[in-house]
Design a protein around this ligand. Sequence first.
Ligand SMILES: *[C@@H]1O[C@H](CO)[C@@H](O)[C@H](O)[C@H]1NC(C)=O
Ligand SMILES: *[C@@H]1O[C@H](CO)[C@@H](O)[C@H](O)[C@H]1NC(C)=O
Ligand SMILES: *[C@@H]1O[C@H](CO)[C@@H](O)[C@H](O)[C@H]1NC(C)=O
Ligand SMILES: *[C@@H]1O[C@H](CO)[C@@H](O)[C@H](O)[C@H]1NC(C)=O
Ligand SMILES: *[C@@H]1O[C@H](CO)[C@@H](O)[C@H](O)[C@H]1NC(C)=O
Ligand SMILES: *[C@@H]1O[C@H](CO)[C@@H](O)[C@H](O)[C@H]1NC(C)=O
Length: 271
Amino acid sequence: MIGKILLLISLTSCVSGTFVVKVTQTSYQAEENHNITLEWMFTTNPDSSSTSQHINCDMFTDHKNPVLYHVHEGVEVPESEDKQFAGRVQSDKDALREGRIRLHVSRLRTEDLGLYLCGVFTDYGVSSVRWRLNVTGIFVVNVTQTSYQAEENHNITLQWMFTKPDSSSTPIIVCCRLLADPNDPILYHVHEGVEVPESQDEQFAGRVQWDKDALREGRIRLHVSRLRTNDSGLYRCNVLTDDGQSSDSCLLNVTAERIQQDESVRDEINI
Ligand SMILES: *[C@@H]1O[C@H](CO)[C@@H](O)[C@H](O)[C@H]1NC(C)=O
Ligand SMILES: *[C@@H]1O[C@H](CO)[C@@H](O)[C@H](O)[C@H]1NC(C)=O
Ligand SMILES: *[C@@H]1O[C@H](CO)[C@@H](O)[C@H](O)[C@H]1NC(C)=O
Ligand SMILES: *[C@@H]1O[C@H](CO)[C@@H](O)[C@H](O)[C@H]1NC(C)=O
Ligand SMILES: *[C@@H]1O[C@H](CO)[C@@H](O)[C@H](O)[C@H]1NC(C)=O
Ligand SMILES: *[C@@H]1O[C@H](CO)[C@@H](O)[C@H](O)[C@H]1NC(C)=O
């Protein structure tokens, strides 16, 4: 404890105009699954031992601050890294000795998007930098229609489209009916490119036909027959591929069947 206080005092008393941390860029833009090198510089003191150096880089969010990179007493502590970044961060050790921090972050995810804060603590100064990282998704799932209207006992084809993955990709697709329940009933399931009809919830048993050819073209076409009024609700397809993950939902509204007689009566009136 005393050591910590002393360290703090020495840090604050030594903060002079000479210790500066500079970012070369305050914002970075990258695509999902690509790599990026984040770089910044700080002034080094040749008289000071590098073991007094601490570096702490966190992603700044409202709930928790996942650790991106951590150096304690001059030694990297990869175990401190949050699991979100595990195995994806490499630092350039030669650059570090020259007062440059170069972090190579690979296989970017859209969840990496955000504000990052890095503090550098040495026995001759303390400083921090911040930068923003924007990761744009290259993989998108879209509904072709946001809502469907149908009558009981009729059929309907629900459709989604996704950015066509390359032929080597084996998508995992789960389409389910969204309930306030953690076990949302599954309408359709594809695992690594292979359909898994056994996963389907029994309420849809024998009522869903899928279009395999459409799937190869990046379209999910689910033909649901003998609709029931209790099929009404929100349906979501979640697609995970090597290119990323995305999902989208549509609303299905099934109304009670109109009495056939009513229709013929109306037809007669129309005539
Ligand atoms: C991204 O980095 C990883 C690991 O560092 C490497 O295997 C991969 O080839 C890199 N990809 C690109 C597009 O540079
Ligand atoms: C991220 O980049 C995309 C594409 O350039 C842009 O449309 C979007 O507004 C950016 N988001 C943020 C938070 O800067
Ligand atoms: C998804 O919708 C967005 C915005 O409507 C559009 O720009 C994009 O091309 C669509 N993607 C697919 C795969 O249809
Ligand atoms: C609904 O689908 C079923 C099975 O796919 C088919 O036998 C039936 O003829 C279809 N009904 C209508 C009204 O299209
Ligand atoms: C939905 O309605 C059908 C009859 O239309 C009924 O057999 C089935 O049990 C109902 N399912 C649920 C989950 O309530
Ligand atoms: C379903 O459709 C009926 C008839 O058009 C309409 O009255 C009702 O508001 C719709 N329900 C929802 C949840 O959209």
